[in-house]
Design a protein around this ligand. Structure first.
Ligand code: CA
Length: 224
């Protein structure tokens, strides 16, 4: 899952960036409203974490422009504890939820996950299909054995992230580039065959039928 972090405070930004990357999110970080606005016009994100007090263009305006473009990307705004009016303005401008500064990082993660889940139409955080079960909170993956018992499957962070993308929308084909976009931020080095390597690893661990190759288009998890 790929997130845009919009935060002008360096210390807060670095802390949040560390925490999100530690939870396997691909994160791009921008520090002013104008760059945030430009970035949101050119890149696709699963969620935007938007500070409201920003240089050049404030967060509310970034949000208004996003929604004016009919862009429904989930937006979690960040406001000061006592800034009730700002929070209301944010929600009225199309924010999906808010978190208060200073951050409680566990709460921040819980709200991010809840919003992404909601945007994908899922009520439950645990994903289950084809005898596979993913727990996004603990980052554990389980596979059903023929006898009906479950076994834990050790996956690398990137393998886990690929599986999470495909399992979120069974039946939908993702190109290699689309998967890369969800796995990596701007500063990450991406080797050209990285996605193929992760898919190969997943098939080796989970069985070859779990992920389908759609020739010339990409990969998908079968819908049925
Ligand atoms: Ca700020």
């Amino acid at each position: 899952m790929r997130l845009l972090l919009v935060e002008d405070d360096t210390m807060i930004g670095e802390t949040v960036l560390d925490v999100l990357r530690g939870e396997h999110f691909a994160v791009d970080w921008v520090r002013d409203g104008e760059i945030a606005d430009a970035t949101l016009q050119s890149e696709a994100y699963d969620l935007v974490l938007l500070d409201l007090g920003l240089p050049r263009v404030d967060g509310i305006e970034v949000l208004r422009r996003l929604r004016a473009r009919k862009d429904a990307t989930p937006v979690l705004i960040v406001t000061a504890r006592d800034a009730v009016e700002e929070r209301i303005a944010g929600l009225n401008s199309g924010a999906d939820d808010y978190v208060l500064k200073p951050y409680d990082l566990d709460e921040l993660l819980a709200r991010i996950r809840a919003l992404i889940r909601r945007s994908q139409g899922q009520a439950d955080s645990v994903r289950e299909i084809h005898g596979l079960r993913l727990n996004p909170i603990t980052h554990e993956a389980f596979r059903m054995l023929p006898g009906g018992q479950e076994t834990a499957v050790p996956l690398s962070a990137r393998e886990w992230a690929v599986l999470e993308v495909l399992m979120a929308r069974p039946g939908v084909v993702y190109s290699r580039t689309q998967i890369e976009d969800k796995l990596y931020g701007w500063k990450d080095e991406v080797s050209s065959n990285a996605v193929e390597v992760f898919i190969h690893g997943l098939r080796r661990k989970l069985g070859t039928n779990v992920i389908e190759t759609v020739r010339g288009l990409g990969y998908r998890m079968p819908a049925q």
